[in-house]
Design a protein around this ligand. Structure first.
Ligand code: ATP
Ligand code: MG
Length: 350
């Protein structure tokens, strides 16, 4: 398994950031809309000038011709879905389907039907053959989104297909071959889930030939400006509105905001601003950014009763996070715990 850190020391980084961006942009699918049977894909570059994003793009460039399984990790809204589509569109599988399986959404009862399909007559109401997603994705990529939410009972079923490269549709006599590349994503800590026996180790190693972690926007603040400028243009066009101007103070406030919801939150705020901008100008007071968003939970500052250890710990975590201006890496360092442990604590606080 190659972590990003290991990649850092590999030859991949010989490809300079700018040379690599230029090389990527010459690949037609990098910026052109692409539709296929799996889902409509609009490919746009993975923007960012930070060292973290440049490293990620170096890795993506290195693996572009392969079918290596990739596990994308990172908090919600950082661009895991966005990156999965980019990896697919740069791969030799780019003209084949990119099929998204949201592991958190498929009801257990429909799982096999959706993934493996069924043959006509296999049950009452099955009046036609229905291909499953594994068949539809032949030659392409299956994106197993929210993989941590795949119920334990279903994990061996997926694993078997990935190991044997074949499956049997419901009611079918013959096995069907698969040819798929797997990209999985999660904002949870799979190692912890494995320890808690909620995620199978064999499946973990099957999907995680290579892990790419996308850090929160707060840990790569240089990217805020480029994303902000890009989405101010793109969302104005999309909403057929003139691009509003940000006053210097408003711009600074956006650049200083912690963006706990990452790029998704930034896009949502920009879209609201574009729709509600008065006279094409956005002032600081128009932003109405909720500074309290930095505080993941409302804990009473004065408690009439004595607090439990957990309450005191929660308050301290929030305090340190505020002092670190929402920067989770810094907060974790001050608290003397790992980033993943901090995420887990914040997850419980929400
Ligand atoms: N580097 C980037 N450049 C351009 N757009 C980005 C970038 N990162 C994220 N986005 C955009 O931000 C939005 C949120 O990203 P995405 O849905 O990929 O996040 P996610 O990590 O999959 O979140 P979740 O864990 O909640 O599923 C999308 O509209 C995506 O296109
Ligand atoms: Mg996603």
């Amino acid at each position: 398994m190659l972590s990003l850190e290991e990649q850092e020391s590999s030859q991949c980084l010989v490809v300079g950031a700018y040379a690599m961006q230029a090389a990527l942009s010459t690949i037609p699918y990098f910026s052109k809309p692409q539709a296929n049977r799996g889902s409509a894909i609009t490919i746009s570059p993975f923007l960012g000038s930070s060292e973290e994003v440049q490293k990620i793009l170096s890795v993506v460039y290195c693996i572009k011709d392969s079918s290596i399984s990739v596990l994308l990790t990172g908090p919600s809204g950082v661009g895991k879905d966005h990156l999965a589509r980019l990896i697919h569109s740069l791969s030799p599988r780019k003209d084949k389907p990119f099929v998204v399986v949201n592991c958190a959404n498929i009801p257990e009862t429909l799982f096999e039907e959706e993934l493996f399909g069924f043959k006509r007559g296999s049950f009452t109401g099955a009046d036609h053959d229905k291909p499953g997603l594994f068949e539809i994705a032949f030659g392409g990529t299956i994106f197993l989104d929210e993989i941590a939410d795949l119920p334990l009972s279903l994990q061996p079923k997926i694993l078997r297909v990935l190991q044997e490269n074949e499956f049997r549709p419901i009611g079918g006599n013959e096995r069907v071959n698969t040819d798929i590349r797997i990209i999985a994503a999660t904002n949870q800590n799979l190692e912890k889930l494995m320890q808690e026996k909620k995620f199978r180790e064999d499946l973990f190693y099957r999907i995680n030939a290579m892990e790419i972690t996308i850090p929160s926007l707060n840990e790569r603040r240089e990217d805020i400006e480029i994303l902000m400028d890009h989405y101010l243009n793109a969302l104005s066009d999309e909403n057929q509105k003139p691009k509003p101007q940000l006053s210097a103070q408003a711009r600074q406030k956006m650049l200083d905001y912690p963006w706990v919801g990452n790029v998704r939150e930034l896009k949502n705020v920009l879209e609201r601003l574009i729709l509600f901008a008065k006279k094409g100008m956005i002032e600081e007071e128009d932003l109405a950014l909720q500074e309290v968003r930095q505080i993941p939970v409302s804990i009473p500052l004065v408690s009439p009763t004595l607090k439990t250890l957990e309450e005191v710990e929660n308050e301290h975590v929030v305090l340190v996070l505020q002092a670190a201006r929402g920067n989770r890496s810094k907060a974790a360092k001050i608290l003397g715990i790992g980033r993943r442990t901090l995420y887990a604590k914040l997850g419980k606080l929400r």
